[in-house]
Write a protein of this length. Sequence first.
Length: 117
Amino acid sequence: MDKNSKHEQGFNRGNINGLRYPFWGGDRISNCGLPEFNLTSCQDDYPMLHIMNIKFAILEIKQDEQITRGFVLKADSSNRPTMSKAIEMLEGTLNYLQVPPKPFLSSPSRSPTDDYI
């Protein structure tokens, strides 16, 4: 197998199969993908992606449609839902979401002369 065909060959990471460029990780060499798309260790069989010190659990990748669906993991694992609960929330209804109260919007008062200063 030549070098180019190895880059084009898909690889598996966790529960996601057939991954290709720009992703890399595991036993796939780093020049087969972009540095920021390194799929690191798995959590609950979901590949992990680290972007700007934020951990994402990758739930799904549809490379042909250029769609990646992920879940941001909180640093405090005691306050984090399980992966199955996160998937249930993402695929379920809005009943799981705690919507914050409606924010109070205000704007500073202006005098008519403010526009001409």
